[in-house]
Design a protein around this ligand. Structure first.
Ligand SMILES: Cc1cc2nc3c(=O)[nH]c(=O)nc-3n(C[C@H](O)[C@H](O)[C@H](O)COP(=O)(O)OP(=O)(O)OC[C@H]3O[C@@H](n4cnc5c(N)ncnc54)[C@H](O)[C@@H]3O)c2cc1C
Length: 560
């Protein structure tokens, strides 16, 4: 299945002021959405357009001449970019705070240069040269990190370069018998699907960042896509990897299963560029489905909805996509959607006795119509007393499944603080975790004249538990927009501690690194640090990510 994608965003892979190159100028909200936001959140009519790039302070490149000469010799001088615009283009990812930085609030972390190797061997040599010249290296795929994963931090080094994998964009080989495909790491997800479609195959990995993110980035962050119930998480797809480290190439994965000690592939998957640069991934692929169907259902209240999803997960009856919105997210979806008739739907649901509507979208796929319908029957049997809404809401969700980032640009323009965060836990603790995070976010963000909306959904369900994905909408604090979100995020992370994971699929980056010890223990952090030390003895790889830097020593702080 090749999904429809707005290819206009693809040629320019550099991160700018928003999801789209224009920073949202081409993103719009339906007219009624602004009125709804004003009524619900206290948003006043105050546009906050993107500042032009020229308004941002960017230091001159500090890449020492010998390092620049060596890097140029490896990749060609034309692939060592030091112009302000190129460096600014790879200055950070796409979190709310990253985007605020491009709107003049906070400072983007701008690298000294962008290096674009053309193949695996060049990546290896670049990594080794950076180690030799004490230059920090930030691997950069699609730059869609929302946790500071591509922040160009120096980590005390002389300079920092972004290693952009955009030129590693080839499908290396396909083995249809074993259902394996080998890709270079910089292939963007829609391109991977396009290349596989020619063989009648699909990867089935469709995160909301699908349009821009890369296969190497997915592997480096243990990404999870919207169809995870059908295809698994990205780590389930990784059969093999090649990693360029300062100590040489590390190649892993020779068979579908092995008892030869711990599975070291999982040291690379999720290593976030801190252990090396993934240059190639061998991925499990599947026959592309010929049939699919998406439908909407409504359950009354989140507890009933979560119980229904649990029944599906434990009974093997999940759809390929299974996604439950809580009452708040259902309300927001109705309010911000174009073309729906929320009043009529609410009246219908009231007549059916539903007090707190929770929208459940389920999508099924199959090689044949009969196979797809048999999956649908299994889900519907297990679902019990859900209200069926038919294909309308299912198709609407499907059509807009990648629209969220553009809508976020428009909400930012409108003066909103809009951000997401995610976690996961076991079914028995899910309600408690949801209540704790909601409470923390509402408590932190409620202020005179500002009423936050905290919406939540389950989009990844397992036999033993599920993820919770929160979306926050609140009028931006004009005086201290950065502090407003930092305080809320801190409160949410503190609420998660002990109840769930600090991240289900967004990864650790800079933002979650301080919370990792709570989750994996001091010994766990020590093990990660030892592995890093072995692979990257000079500590040049992606400083500050995954493993938090030790507290700064007294005296002047190192430049970032
Ligand atoms: C609007 C939006 C929606 C999102 N939705 C989802 C979602 O549904 N599911 C999900 O899982 N994530 C989601 N994300 C987060 C993000 O897209 C994922 O983390 C994704 O896997 C990052 O891929 P990327 O190619 O953009 O990597 P980047 O952002 O470029 O990098 C991410 C991290 O991986 C490292 N890295 C990248 N490439 C390599 C490599 N080849 N070798 C070693 N390290 C590397 C980077 O240094 C960084 O630490 C979303 C982000 C946004 C902005």
């Amino acid at each position: 299945m090749t999904l429809p994608v707005d290819h206009s965003v693809l040629p320019d892979r550099r991160v700018r002021a928003g999801w789209t190159g224009s920073g949202g100028a081409d993103a719009t909200l339906p007219a009624h959405a602004n009125r709804w936001l004003s009524a619900k959140t206290g948003l006043t009519a105050r546009g906050t357009p993107v500042a032009p790039d020229s308004a941002l302070a960017v230091a001159e490149s500090g890449l020492p001449a010998p390092a620049r000469a060596v890097l140029s010799a490896i990749v060609g001088a034309e692939h060592v970019l030091v112009e302000r615009e190129d460096r600014l283009g790879r200055a950070g990812g796409l979190s709310y705070l990253d985007l605020l930085g491009r709107r003049g609030a906070g400072r983007p972390t701008v690298p000294d240069a962008v290096v674009c190797p053309g193949n695996r061997a060049e990546v290896q040599r670049v990594v080794e040269a950076c180690a030799e010249h004490d230059v920090a290296v930030v691997p950069f795929g699609g730059g869609t990190s929302v946790v500071g994963g591509v922040a160009a931090l120096r980590g005390g080094k002389a300079a920092v370069v972004v290693l952009d994998l955009a030129r590693l964009d080839r499908l290396v080989s396909v083995d249809p018998v074993s259902r394996l495909a080998v890709f270079e790491a910089g292939v963007v997800a829609p391109e991977a699907e396009r290349l596989l479609a020619a063989h009648g195959l699909t990867l089935g990995h469709f995160p909301q960042s699908y349009e821009r993110a890369t296969l190497g980035g997915f592997a480096a962050t243990r990404s999870s896509g919207q169809a995870s119930a059908g295809y698994g998480r990205f780590e389930d797809m990784v059969e093999g990897v090649r990693l360029a480290t300062p100590r040489g190439e590390w190649r892993l994965g020779v068979s579908p299963a092995s008892a030869a000690g711990p599975d070291l592939r999982h040291l690379v998957v999720g290593s976030e560029g801190a252990f090396g640069v993934i240059t190639e991934v061998t991925l499990r692929v599947r026959p592309a489905p010929a049939w699919d169907r998406y439908e909407g259902f409504v359950l009354d209240g989140f507890a009933a909805g979560a119980a229904a999803v649990r029944t599906l997960a434990q009974g093997g009856a999940l759809g390929t996509v299974t996604r439950l919105s809580d009452p708040r997210e259902t309300e927001v979806a109705l309010a911000l959607a174009d073309g729906w008739r929320p009043a009529a739907l609410r009246a219908y649901l009231r007549a059916r006795g539903v007090v707190e509507p929770c929208l459940l979208v389920v999508g099924w796929e199959g090689a044949t119509r009969a196979e797809m319908l048999s999956r649908r029957r299994a889900t519907r049997r297990a679902l019990g007393p859900a209200v069926r809404l038919g294909v309308g809401p299912g198709n609407a969700w499907r059509a807009g499944r990648f629209a969220g980032p553009r809508q976020r640009d428009a909400l930012l323009d409108a003066g909103m603080c809009v951000e997401t965060l995610e976690t996961a836990t076991y079914w028995a603790g899910l309600d408690r975790l949801r209540a704790a995070v909601r409470g923390a976010l509402l408590g932190s963000l409620t202020a005179p004249g500002r009423k936050p909306i905290v919406a939540c959904h389950i989009s990844h369900a397992y036999e033993t538990g599920a993820s919770l994905y929160f979306t926050v909408l609140v009028p931006r604090d004009a005086e201290d927009p950065v502090g407003q979100w930092q305080a809320a995020k801190q409160a949410a992370c503190a609420a998660i501690a002990g109840l769930g994971t600090i991240t289900h699929h967004h990864a650790t980056g800079v933002d979650h690194a301080p919370y990792l010890p709570e989750e994996i223990g001091a010994l766990g952090v020590d093990v990660l640090a030892a592995i890093k030390d072995r692979l990257d003895p000079r500590g040049v790889l992606n400083p500050g990510k995954l493993i938090a830097a030790p507290p700064p020593a007294p005296g002047p702080r190192p430049a970032r």
